[in-house]
Design a protein around this ligand. Structure first.
Ligand SMILES: C[S@@+](CC[C@H](N)C(=O)[O-])C[C@H]1O[C@@H](n2cnc3c(N)ncnc32)[C@H](O)[C@@H]1O
Length: 398
């Protein structure tokens, strides 16, 4: 077991250049399971769709109360409180929404698939210059697949909807292409609230957020950390991303999250990572699973479509078509070929259809470890012994 952290207040992560992976975040000291590695506010936060603006506060994306405060400028968005109304929402988005109380924007973006990138662009072009530049320093996703809304049309829609004097210097088709690539490669979904009994497959994003530091997490199909959001919690920081360690991590080890639900099959993971993130995954799990015999039914090689919202990361993905069984037999020839079965049992939520990731709650202030795991998608709390009877705390060190 890794030595417990000597000074838990010291920053747990540092940025490193990692061969073949660009920048990444590595443990700056030994960290313990459940430890909060990062808690960060978004540089950019934008609604997923126009419909989301009817249910969620345009500033903080909490669920709206029964009598929300309408935006005094556009009248199309609403706020949950006077302080959110004072904070307001992105200027270009507000201006675009004021065309016929949102009718202009709805006409330019009739479907959710067009609304998401257009709402992103209107919000990104409203950012102050240093924040826009910080966004542009993030990694670039590969070009979108054929059939995706093309950047030129989106650029023209922004130009038509935004008052020219509000557009930033540098507004250009090239900048629009660059921004869209940052969004695709780096945004995190903030999900609708989960209510017991609802189908998790139908859960949608209420908003998307880009976090400068959290955008530096690389992917691993057996991650050692996962992220949480708590958008409806009271007080400030409700849209902060919180990243916790799944288990002990030794100083110098890279800290990775999974960019989608961890139960996806090998072929679907590889396809998604190549198409949307531009790399072939060579993590330990992929190396094992690449040796499994190809079986159309079991190993996802039959072209099953794994649909999901662009930019959506880790949890909340509509991954039902690409699932491994979770019992460890997804195309493997025997138990030895599935060394990560323990990971599935311990860290994957067992609520039907959820496949969120379970991380231990943070250690108590006295350093005592929690034996309760929390799902980052449905919020389920599970005692460790309920997952693996007879187990104490984890001895895993990675
Ligand atoms: C969200 S960014 C992560 C930070 C990024 N490495 C950087 O330098 O800014 C996603 C990009 O990181 C790279 N990446 C992430 N995980 C990787 C992995 N397991 N192997 C190789 N490259 C990876 C890919 O280029 C991907 O598009």
């Amino acid at each position: 077991m890794a030595t417990p952290p000597q000074n838990p207040t010291t920053d747990a992560l540092r940025v490193a250049d990692l061969p073949g992976r660009g920048r990444g975040l590595v443990a700056a000291r030994n960290v313990g399971e459940g430890e909060v590695l990062l808690s960060e506010s978004p540089a950019l936060l934008y609604p997923s769709t126009l419909a989301s603006l009817r249910s969620y506060c345009a500033a903080c994306f909490r669920s709206l109360p029964s009598t929300p405060t309408p935006c005094a400028s556009c009248r199309a968005a609403a706020f949950c409180s006077p302080s959110c109304a004072a904070a307001s929402h992105p200027g270009l988005l507000c201006a675009a929404l004021s065309h016929g109380a949102g009718a202009g924007l709805a006409a330019a973006a009739p479907t959710d698939a067009v609304q998401e990138p257009l709402l992103f662009l209107l919000s990104a072009y409203s950012l102050p210059d240093p924040t826009l530049r910080a966004l542009l320093s993030l990694s670039t996703a590969p070009p979108p697949p054929p059939g995706a809304q093309d950047a030129a049309t989106l650029h023209a829609a922004v130009a038509a909807l935004a008052p020219p004097h509000m557009l930033p210097q540098g507004f250009s088709p090239d900048l629009t292409v660059a921004l869209l690539a940052k969004d695709r490669g780096n945004s995190f979904a903030i999900m609708e609230p989960y209510r017991p009994g609802m189908s998790l497959e139908l859960l949608k994003a209420r908003a998307y957020a880009i976090y400068p530091r959290a955008s530096l997490f690389n992917h691993d199909c057996l991650p050692n950390a996962c992220h949480f959001d708590y958008p409806d919690r009271p007080g400030p920081g409700n849209t902060d991303i919180v990243v916790r360690a799944l288990h002990d991590i030794s100083e110098g080890r890279e800290v990775c999250i999974s960019y989608f639900a961890a139960n996806w099959r090998y072929a679907d993971r590889q396809r998604r990572l190549l198409e949307d993130y531009g790399f072939r995954c060579e993590c330990d799990r992929c190396q094992v699973e690449s040796r499994w015999k190809v079986d159309d039914d079991d190993n996802g090689e039959d072209g099953d479509d794994v649909m999901e919202d662009e930019g959506e990361e880790d949890g909340g993905d509509d991954a039902h078509d690409g699932m491994e069984d979770g019992d460890g037999d997804g195309g493997a020839d025997g138990e030895d070929d599935f060394p990560h079965a323990y990971f599935f049992v311990r860290y994957l939520c067992d609520i039907e259809g959820c496949w969120g990731m379970l991380a231990p709650l943070p250690p108590l202030p006295n350093g005592e470890l929690s034996n309760v795991f929390e799902c980052n998608l449905c919020g389920k709390l599970r005692k460790e012994e309920d997952a693996i009877p007879g187990e104490g705390t984890s001895g895993m060190v990675h």
